[in-house]
Design a protein around this ligand. Sequence first.
Ligand code: SAM
Ligand code: MD0
Ligand code: SF4
Length: 356
Amino acid sequence: MTIKPHLQSILKKALDRVALSREEILALLNISDPEAFAALFNTARSLREACFGKEIFLYGFVYLSTYCRNDCRFCYYRRSNNESLRYRKTADEIVAVSADLARSGVHLIDLTMGEDPHYLSRGSTGLEELAELVSRVKLATGLPVMISPGVVPEEGLRTLAQAGAEWYACYQETHSRTLFQELRIEQDYEQRYQSKIQAHEAGLLIEEGLLCGIGEQDSDLLASLEAMQILDADQVRVMNFIPQKGTPLETVPGTNADRETHLIAIMRLLFPERLIPASLDVDGLTGLPGRLAAGANVVTSIIPPGKGLAGVARSSLDIDDSRRTTAGVVPVLKDNGLQTGTIHSYRSWLAQQRRG
Ligand code: SAM
Ligand code: MD0
Ligand code: SF4
């Protein structure tokens, strides 16, 4: 393989776990020829294997309420979209579906919602109801829980941590304040960012995330990768923007599908020991091999069929035909020389990360 010596030396540095400079990260963002991509992905897979072996973790996804007080321009569930499906599942339904997911062999339950006023605009009453839900899901499944509720006040984060949640996921999408304001209109950049710092202080692990193909420049991506380092995020993700019906960005041209895998691979080089999702929420099961080849080590957005549960970026893709299930994912892992991680490995990783 003939790749430029400069790139070769950057990849070697990453393999040796030497921190990369800004200029080197920009060089990785600028990769465009197939041989260079192959070398980048190869390095990402080697680092994943060095840190996690062949083990891949699986996250069950429960979108428990699609009501939202916000109006994010990119999101199907923005409050002004009258075309989107709205539901709020009962606590019993959420617990039952989580138990089904646990039986199927996932390692974690991700409880996600729109910024539903029922939970977030009734002071401590709503947050206590959410915390109670976390406790019940933990009890019924025996699994770690991630909560993805949007921005929650500091006190609420402590309540959720006390209820037993291990993770708080809240994606900035971009670390360009200008772009943030265009995407997450009328929301406070600082408040969203600080919520993650507060979550860490409350003892929660945090996931930071980016949208790509939504108007960001390479310099914005660089700033995001640096922000993820400063935040010391325990899990880092990127998702290609998917245009949504009934939203202002409905007709923007589709993004370059390779952008997401390119960024997943760069994230693996910068965060070799952290968790990096391959989300089924962007391109469904068909998109999984490419994301695994880029160095992802968690499969997220596993959704039980037939329960009226939605995805986010792809509200229905692959759900009711049972492709977004553990049974759908496991053969794909095998075909790609990987295997389902053990719950023991997942818990050891969590314990070590929480000690750190
Ligand atoms: N409402 C909470 C919030 O916004 O933090 C929780 C839901 S959050 C997990 C939904 C995430 O899905 C967004 O932060 C965004 O990264 C991603 N997403 C939403 N709409 C999308 C779209 N059209 N294309 C790709 N990703 C999207
Ligand atoms: C996913 N649909 O993992 C989910 C969601 C929320 N923590 C995650 C975006 O792709
Ligand atoms: Fe609401 Fe989250 Fe969608 Fe924004 S991304 S509109 S906060 S559900």
